[in-house]
Design a protein around this ligand. Structure first.
Ligand SMILES: [Zn+2]
Length: 254
């Protein structure tokens, strides 16, 4: 027997085929976190529900539960974020974000902030798809921060001196070492040299009001370092492989 209908506002993180004529969407909302919803018959030609399976949209849905599965009953688009689909880079970035959100631990305590981060990030990507490099690293860092994997960089962990220039940052422990202390009697194999502009940007991604998260000017070389660093941190901290966007950048040679 189906449960009482549940109304949710949320974001479609991804969409995939299910059986012959159905699709499954992965849906993030502040109330329910991440759920998988079966969209019956959406694979049939001319199905009205086909538009309910386009990723990265914010929408209102009504679902009911039968057995262990949610089924889509009603659907309306709040914000389509359709410009994301016109840029391969923005789309790959959005899919990377969808993968992170659907495979990480999201529960009652963080679903609201994760939903908010996702909505602002997809909106920014749709509005300015060419800003994908900044949006990519900003999302990665804020996301890791919300999961408790990174902190502000203010002092060298070795000499306690304040940072005023570039420093070595660890992928795995959150440690940071100034250039003078780096390597003194110890080896730091999991560290990367980050410019002071890069360190400032990382701190901004943690401290900023969500509405101003992407309002920071960073030069192209720093953006490249940030995308390398934040991706490596994701891989190590979350024990996964999250390099689809970096691979695309490598293929495009940018
Ligand atoms: Zn130091």
């Amino acid at each position: 027997m189906a449960s009482e209908p549940i109304s949710l506002r949320g974001v479609i993180l991804s969409s995939g085929e299910f059986k012959d004529k159905d699709r499954i969407i992965t849906f993030l909302s502040s109330e329910a976190g991440v759920i998988n919803v079966c969209v019956k018959g959406s694979g049939k030609q001319g199905s009205k529900l086909l538009s309910a399976t386009i990723p990265f949209m914010v929408c209102d849905i009504v679902v009911s539960m039968t057995g262990n599965y949610y089924y889509l009953k009603e659907f309306s688009i709040v914000y389509s974020n359709s410009e994301i689909l016109n840029s391969l880079e923005a789309m790959t970035c959005a899919a990377h974000i969808g993968k992170l959100l659907s495979t990480s631990y999201i529960d009652d305590t963080n679903s609201k902030v994760m939903y908010e981060l996702c909505v602002y990030t997809y909106y920014a990507l749709s509005k300015d798809p060419e800003d994908h490099k900044l949006i990519y690293s900003a999302f990665n860092w804020r996301f890791l921060y919300l999961l408790g994997y990174c902190i502000l960089y203010t002092h060298c962990n070795s000499c306690s001196g304040e940072f005023d220039s570039s420093a070595y940052l660890s992928y795995s422990t959150g440690e940071a070492h100034c250039v003078d202390c780096y390597g003194k009697g110890r080896t730091f194999e999991d560290m990367m040299l980050m410019s002071s502009a890069g360190i400032k940007a990382l701190n901004h991604f943690i401290e900023s009001d969500i509405k101003k998260l992407f309002m920071v000017k960073v030069d192209d070389n720093t953006l490249k370092m940030l995308s390398l660093f934040t991706t490596r941190c994701l891989d190590i901290q979350l024990e996964g492989t999250y390099d689809s966007y970096l691979e695309l950048m490598r293929d495009l040679d940018v």
